[in-house]
Design a protein. Structure first.
Length: 245
């Protein structure tokens, strides 16, 4: 994956699809990727940087900001281009849609029963996946940014921190920028013209080495550090100063 400051040419973005991992994706998840990837390459200009920050094997957690329904598509492409197959936590209601259920189940994704006693099953599923050496993707905001200037939300979930402290897996911060222009949170259809540049950048793993437990204080501190890393990475990408909070 190129770390050039220029977006990939369309032909290179399409060609990249044939060099990414396939084994372990499941038939229907793989089918969805093969269907959507070339469309993404044609209608956007993709710029991926920092893929070398993702370890090539072993359990790893990715934590990203969240701007658009397009984010899982772009982060999947980035993760695959970096050599890892991402496993997502997604709301359990999606498993009730037959075709979507096939994609999610085949891809090894993890259902989340939000705001119920069953929510713990998602945490245990994420821990199990990481311990098996999987790459598990989190959007800590658990929804789109509520900031008018698209900075990460103030209120976030602590799931990624809990899993990180439980497993000892590295947490790699990832930022999306441009997906909110392609598919705004309130839009029903993507805005294809003019072509949008989609930036995805990964940073150095977040240092949690001094946090040795899963007590509330450690979880809160880990969550704070993860979100700070995401915000600072986004600030660097945007060449702007984030709000003081």
């Amino acid at each position: 994956m190129s770390d050039s400051n220029k977006p990939m040419p369309t032909w290179r973005a399409i060609a990249l699809m044939f060099r990414v991992p396939r084994r372990g994706r499941g038939f229907w998840f793989s089918f969805a990727i093969d269907l959507i990837w070339p469309l993404l390459a044609v209608v956007t200009r993709l710029r991926f940087r920092g893929g070398e920050k993702l370890p090539k094997s072993g359990g790893v957690l990715l934590a990203s900001n969240h701007l658009s329904f397009a984010d899982p598509v772009t982060v999947t492409a980035f993760s695959l281009a970096s050599g890892r197959i991402p496993r997502y936590l997604a709301k359990a209601s999606l498993w009730r849609i037959p075709l979507v259920k096939r994609v999610l189940t085949g891809g090894g994704h993890i259902p989340v029963e939000r705001d119920t006693a069953q929510a713990r099953h998602a945490y245990l599923g994420a821990v199990e996946a990481v311990n098996k050496g999987e790459c598990v993707m989190f959007f800590p905001e658990a929804g789109f940014s509520d900031d008018e200037n698209h900075w990460p939300s103030r209120k976030v979930k602590n799931g990624v921190a809990r899993v990180a402290l439980e497993t000892g897996a590295p947490v790699v911060p990832v930022v999306n920028w441009g997906t909110h222009a392609l598919l705004p949170a309130t839009a029903k259809f993507p805005k294809l013209f003019p072509r949008k540049t989609i930036d995805i950048v990964a940073g150095d793993p977040v240092d949690l080495s001094d946090l040795n437990g899963t007590d509330r204080e450690s979880i809160n501190e880990a969550t704070k550090r993860i979100m700070h890393a995401i915000t600072e990475l986004l600030a660097t990408l945007r060449a702007e100063t984030p709000p003081t909070r």
